[in-house]
Design a protein around this ligand. Structure first.
Ligand SMILES: *Cc1c(COP(=O)(O)O)cnc(C)c1O
Length: 498
């Protein structure tokens, strides 16, 4: 890697007066180069001044320090970092789709509306629910939408006191956060030692809060990768007291083709298109978190909605006269490019191959788990779904932590698994291989994980100081979290203070 420029910020490469462009003067009888005086700001804009080649090299070098699924194995648990086939990008980049504008007349974007409507139908079919909206822009955004739908349901029934949401202690952090944003109170449900919901604890919470319960949020397979076996019992308990069942379907991957949330008794759910349906994600977006509801709740879905009219064989966009709709959740229709990629993925696999996704993801996860559990601590044994959690190394005498293992993996060219989540264990190391990886890739990863376990015994210092081969060595995470410096201005102020 050409690292000559690496380490400098673009601001540090700046030379006063240098420009990345040049324009001819007076060619058209007026200045093309300079803005008129009246339009110029009075103080300096504090921007870096660089020639074009310096800028190009700077950002090209930075891009080489990136790591994505296209570079190597990315077993980040709970994130489903699966391969995004090139055909998805090709379709999303077709001019007709890429240049569409949300304000253009509805008769000029019928194909886009058809795609939207077809994708909604496909998701309904895959989940056993009645109808979907694609408007939410991420998983957490979908959770908020789903909870607002649930509130709209209770409001419609005149049950304004239902403000409590039951959430298992193993849930993804976005669940309680979304409930709080929605103005609801979180009631935590305990997990059993095997990681599943403690039904007895739930029973006592239901007796205690009954008429105030708005919903129960569940993730299945849960955040530990374990299939919740008591869903019929739990759903009955919640429905009997008047609450609704919410399904966090961010990790739908292992369920594809195996079972459907709608058949299990869930009323409302979200899906992460940017996980299960292969569209790329990371660094905060763009995402898509479609929300589905069971029959009877369709009128509560957010607007705008796309409606098909059989008589005229065309689609329309509707926002008016939807009295029970929860309202709007954002601008326009959500992240269209993400939807196109998911739609392409679903159609290019087709029903038969889509049914193989879940079983293959499950097989890959179990294969890794079984191949490593003699050297890594497996707190919850048994068959997992798409992911599982180790609690650090089995041999605790070396002092090597999950952080050290994650950092050492970078030296071997792998992205680290999810670490220190879920919070149920001290040294959580959460691995999710997805179905897109070959046996050779997975065997290579297992070999490296075993090598690291051996290094922990032979040379723990090597792990404690890892990574050794990356452009940046071990960073001080605590300092970075407590004292983040994310702008050049902050950096200068910080240096002046020191
Ligand atoms: C990823 C994830 C979410 C949140 O999805 P975002 O798109 O990141 O907002 C919620 N729940 C679970 C279980 C997840 O894995």
């Amino acid at each position: 890697m050409n690292n000559r420029l690496y380490g400098n910020l673009i601001f540090e490469l700046s030379k006063s007066g240098r420009k990345g462009y040049s324009l001819p003067k007076y060619d058209y009888g007026f200045h093309t180069e300079e803005l008129p005086e009246v339009l110029r700001r009075k103080q300096e804009a504090e921007l870096p001044e660089c020639d074009e080649l310096t800028v190009v090299r700077h950002y090209t070098n930075l891009s080489h320090n990136n790591f994505g699924v296209n570079d190597g194995f990315y077993p980040l648990g709970s994130c489903t970092m699966k391969y995004n086939p090139i055909i998805n990008e090709e379709i999303a980049n077709i001019d007709t789709f890429a240049n569409i504008h949300p304000m253009q007349p509805v008769e000029t974007c019928q194909p886009m509306l058809k795609m939207y409507s077809d994708l909604q139908r496909a998701l309904a079919e895959l989940t056993g629910l009645s109808e979907f909206t694609l408007n939410p822009c991420a998983g957490a955004h979908g959770e908020l939408t789903g909870l607002m739908i649930i509130c709209a349901y209770h409001r419609k029934n005149g049950q304004l006191d239902r403000k409590k949401v039951l959430i298992p202690d193993s849930a993804h952090g976005t669940n309680p956060a979304s409930a709080a944003v929605c103005g609801l109170d979180v009631v935590e449900v305990k997990s059993l030692p095997d990681g599943t919901v403690d039904v007895e604890d739930l029973q006592s919470l239901v007796s205690q809060h009954g008429s105030e319960i708005a919903a129960m949020m569940m993730t299945n397979p849960n955040t530990l990768g374990i299939f919740e076996r008591n869903i019929p019992t739990i759903a009955k308990m919640i429905h009997d007291c008047g609450g609704l069942m919410y399904y966090d379907g961010a990790n739908l991957n292992p369920m594809l083709g195996e079972c459907r949330p709608g058949d299990m008794g869930f009323d409302v759910m979200h899906i992460n298109l940017h996980k299960t349906f292969s569209t790329p994600h990371g660094g905060g977006g763009p995402g898509s978190g479609p929300v589905g509801v069971r029959a009877g709740l369709e009128e509560l879905l957010p607007t705008p909605r796309i409606i098909f009219h059989e008589e005229s064989n065309c689609y329309s966009i509707e926002t008016d006269n939807m009295d029970y709709s929860m309202g709007s959740i954002g601008n326009f229709f959500g992240n269209y490019g993400v939807m196109l990629k998911a739609y392409t993925y679903i159609l290019s696999l087709g029903k038969t191959q889509l049914k193989m996704v879940g079983p293959l993801a499950t097989l890959n996860a179990n294969y890794i788990k079984e191949s490593l559990k003699d050297v890594y601590e497996l707190p919850i044994d048994g068959v997992c779904k798409h992911e599982f959690v180790f609690d650090g190394l089995k041999d605790k005498s070396t002092g090597v932590t999950t952080m050290d293992i994650a950092k050492r993996l970078l030296d071997y060219g792998y992205h680290a698994p999810t670490i220190y989540f879920p919070l149920l264990f001290h040294e959580s190391l959460m691995i999710e291989p997805t179905e897109s990886e070959s046996k050779e890739t997975i065997d290579g990863f297992i070999e490296v994980m075993r090598k690291i376990a051996q290094e922990a015994i032979d040379n723990p210092e090597l792990l404690k100081s890892a990574p050794h081969t990356t452009p940046i060595g071990r960073v001080d995470d605590v300092l970075a979290a407590k004292h983040p410096i994310v702008t050049y201005r902050q950096l200068v102020a910080d240096q002046n203070q020191a």
